[in-house]
Design a protein around this ligand. Structure first.
Ligand SMILES: CC(C)(COP(=O)(O)OP(=O)(O)OC[C@H]1O[C@@H](n2cnc3c(N)ncnc32)[C@H](O)[C@@H]1OP(=O)(O)O)[C@@H](O)C(=O)NCCC(=O)NCCS
Length: 173
């Protein structure tokens, strides 16, 4: 995994050393309006980031790629992640501190990750699973060129009834 620098944002491969600063970012209650919950302690998060630094699923089949998002000021403001499967499909996810919502930063960060996935991880198609009521996430995916997956074409993504799968095929020249 590489550092991805857009000039305005820096995506750094996530390691246990990011746990303390990310614990503060991930304590933001606004992030959990639709799903999930904040990490229970810095120690828990450090252990998790340590495990994720293997960059692989337990069975070794998938690459698990996580980058934290850093501003030029040095502040960490969220993360982007990709689960890369054999065959070139990747499921993506993203979280941005609510203090920075509404500025196009998430879009920039996810676009930078997608370019990196295409150029360096042989990714050819993308998917994202979201809660249907998560309108911010839906709008972000639409801006990024994703469209709802046709019924029955959820691929390897496991989906609950209140969730939606969005997909984007990448044209690689
Ligand atoms: C999902 C999430 C990352 C979206 O963040 P966001 O700030 O809304 O997304 P963007 O960075 O693309 O910003 C888009 C907004 O900035 C505005 N904007 C301003 N300048 C912009 C620019 N140059 N480019 C794009 N958008 C811009 C857009 O108009 C848009 O506004 P709108 O929300 O009123 O339509 C954020 O809400 C989040 O972290 N949520 C909690 C975690 C979560 O739900 N993750 C997804 C799980 S599936």
């Amino acid at each position: 995994m590489r550092v991805v620098d857009t000039g305005r944002l820096r995506l750094e491969p996530q390691t246990a050393a990011h746990a303390e600063a990310m614990f503060a970012v991930l304590g933001d209650p606004a992030l959990y309006e639709h799903e999930n919950e904040p990490p229970s302690s810095v120690e828990w998060l450090r252990a998790r980031f340590g495990r994720l630094a293997s960059r692989r699923s337990a069975d070794g089949r998938e690459q698990w790629l996580n980058w934290v998002i850093r501003l030029p000021t040095g502040e960490l403001i969220g993360y982007v992640q990709a689960t890369v499967r054999p065959g070139g499909g990747a499921a993506i996810a993203y979280v941005l501190s609510s203090a920075y919502w509404g500025r196009g930063i998430a879009q920039q960060a996810v676009e930078a990750m997608i370019a990196e996935l295409v150029e360096h991880h042989e990714v050819r198609s993308l998917s994202a699973v979201l809660k249907r009521r998560n309108v911010r996430s839906l709008r972000l995916l639409e801006r990024l060129g994703f469209a709802p997956a046709s019924p029955g074409h959820d691929g390897e993504d496991r989906v609950e009834p209140d969730e939606l799968v969005m997909r984007r095929e990448l044209r690689v020249t």
